[in-house]
Design a protein around this ligand. Sequence first.
Ligand SMILES: Cc1ncc(COP(=O)(O)O)c(C=O)c1O
Length: 433
Amino acid sequence: MSPSELGILTTSGRRAGVAPARKPWIEHWLETCRDLTALSGTHPMMDAVIDEVDGRMIRVGDQWLADFASCNYLGFDLDPEIIAAVPDYLEAWGTHPSWSRLLGSPVLYEQIEQRLTALLGAEDALVLPTITHIHMSVIPLLAASGTIFLDARAHKTIYDGCQVARARGAAVRRFRFEDPDHLDELLSAEADPTRLVCMDGVNSMTGNAPDLVAFAEVTRRHGALLYVDDAHGFGVIGERSPDEPSPYGVRGNSIVRHFGESYDGIVLVGGFSKAYSSLLAFIACSTEVKRLLKVAAPPYLYSGPSPVASLATTLAGFDANERRGDALRAHLHRLCERVLTALARLGVATPNRSGLPIIEIPLRDHDRIDRVGRFLFERGVYVTLAAYPLVPKDEVGFRVQLTAANTDGEVDRLIDSLEELAVAGELRPVGDR
Ligand SMILES: Cc1ncc(COP(=O)(O)O)c(C=O)c1O
């Protein structure tokens, strides 16, 4: 095939033929993403334009829907006290400082890092705009030219951070999901003294937390560093307490505290963009590592900062969490229990064993995703569709996320729709694989 048939540009930059053809890599990706492309082109629950919100109800065109696709787990995006805190910060700092952090950071950053360090009970913490920024810059630094042991089902952004590390000379080996024994085997067989283990905390698909105590024991025994992304746990799960109002624990101070672990040999990454509804993320680490990141992590050196409104909602979120967080988490836990109890009564499968607010519901037949999604949309229920290739074909379905801002009425509507789908045989029964 000639360059002109492929539509490839000539070295002079002009197209070398008249017939406009797509480039082969575009064809490859369109084919890989065919199901998703078809869905996102036509489906009302994909790539939607949200016209209006009212509490956790959203309007798409003429249709009002109960939103079960939000990750604002504590409902802070709608919290009047947090919203009211923002104008004073804008008055004081403007909308956006625009310095990279190396150039200069408003004192708000120091306040956030101090409060976060105290909440987590960590040695130190550094905040940067997003978790993606952190993975892409910190994983390659920590891995150097050593070996990364990567959770096979880690979040895509962790994978991407590992790819950058690989390009800089690190080796990457994958261990089986939720399998500390397999990690143990791989670490035992590895001679490389620089070892970094990368994994998710609360998993964004299953809604379950890994057995952190077992993973920490294996990594420490092999002299490795454990790097955990708890984007979905921070703000939801926290340290256990005899008088905790729900099994999530108290204070929402993330997975390390939830499992009663120390930060010895553990680097914790999390974000404010889910439970705290703010564009900001953190790495909890030793002061020594923080010092290194402040001179070597590109997002600290070169990236623009988070908007002032996000720094403000983070600080106001700490106050709200201290005063009301445990009550919000108890409400959230009760809503999740209602949904999980309904699924059990209907005999419908879900990987969620934790009671946490991410409830994946696989379909009996992956080809029915379009129909099932449209049905839910018509019933006024908005969920995240998990289509192929976002998930393997045998896991195609939809994900329900609950937040403290959802009402019992919205959950009633969800359960009624799930019941109709179960009766119609659309959802995978328990025990069916
Ligand atoms: C586990 C996990 N890590 C990282 C991210 C990306 O976070 P950020 O938007 O802060 O880059 C997400 C987002 O959904 C996530 O679920």
